[in-house]
Design a protein around this ligand. Structure first.
Ligand SMILES: [Zn+2]
Length: 305
């Protein structure tokens, strides 16, 4: 059985008209998963103690103060707050942490956290690129510091580089961060030379217009390193904007590529006797997002048995 953590609060984080990171993304994913035999659970609010594993209290104070009672507040070029944004973000991080707890407690072999805003660009003390909290990094730190794991792998296949996750795990030798991204592309990071303070970061830059077979070949090489790390838990930053139909990237992946990559990742997890927690990141063509997320979750379900 695969767990699904979500909450309607994800639809109450508002962005301006025409903004790609829109409330409809949540509905597109949830509708695509309708009817599947998933163990559905409410994404809880994250505890401050878990957030504080990755970020300072001053950032939480800043967000609380910036939260508008109505309307929108712009935090940077493309990141906005509405009155419901903090609850959505706190349930996104809380869902990731709860999913880690559930799989470590043996409730399931894997879990998908379908929340927005995404997280992998958020920095320690600054929002960035639609993201407020670095959910995957927070979940990894929780697994290490609160649950006592020794080795956690974080795998990111969003079309954009997970610069926030990389920054937060750069000096964390108990983690291995592996990421594929279109390169060059926003946010500009993700070169092969970025390897982490302990050789614990692997980047696979993918040229614009490259297809899913090219991306999976890059992942085959990275997954060898991931398997050799013997992770006790795999956390995925599952962005679906590498899809050919996505307006925010120039890669040419198809729905089936996400299923094949997910299956390959789950094979490594099985060989390492590790559970998988997958967190929704990007994906901005609603139809392609729904189909790709469905392909991803179908593959998680097949792996969970
Ligand atoms: Zn993205």
């Amino acid at each position: 059985m695969t767990l699904l953590f979500t909450h309607d609060a994800a639809a109450h984080h508002r962005t301006p008209p025409g903004h790609g990171e829109q409330p409809g993304r949540h509905a597109a994913v949830i509708d695509a998963l309708a009817g599947l035999a998933l163990d559905r659970r409410e994404a809880p609010l994250v505890r401050d103690a878990d957030l504080r594993l990755c970020l300072p209290q001053s950032y939480l104070d800043f967000l609380a103060e910036a939260l508008p009672a109505e309307g929108l507040r712009q935090l940077d070029e493309d990141t906005f707050l509405s009155s419901g944004s903090l609850e959505a973000a706190r349930r996104g991080a809380g869902g990731a942490v709860a999913a880690v707890d559930a799989v470590l407690d043996g409730a399931a072999a894997n879990a998908f956290v379908a929340m927005r805003p995404p997280g992998h660009h958020a920095l320690t003390d600054k929002p960035m690129g639609f993201c407020l909290f670095a959910n995957a990094a927070i979940a990894a730190k929780h697994a290490l510091d609160a649950r006592g794991l020794d080795r956690v792998a974080v795998l990111d296949f969003d079309v954009h580089h997970g610069n926030g996750t990389q920054a937060q795990l750069w000096d964390e030798a108990r983690t291995l961060f592996a990421s594929s991204q279109q390169y060059p592309h926003w946010p500009g990071t993700g070169a092969v030379e970025e390897r982490g303070a302990h050789d614990n970061v692997i980047n696979a830059p993918l040229p614009p217009e490259s297809d899913g077979a090219f991306g999976r070949a890059a992942w085959d090489a990275m997954l060898g390193r991931v398997a050799a790390f013997r992770p006790q838990l795999l956390i995925l930053s599952a962005g679906f904007d590498a899809h050919a139909d996505d307006p925010k990237g120039e890669l040419r992946w198809q729905d089936a590529d996400f299923a094949l990559l997910t299956a390959a990742i789950c094979d490594v997890a099985r060989d390492c006797d590790a559970a998988v927690v997958s967190c929704l990141e990007g994906g901005y063509n609603l139809a392609a997002l729904g189909r790709s997320a469905r392909a991803h979750v179908d593959a998680l379900m097949r792996a969970a048995g």
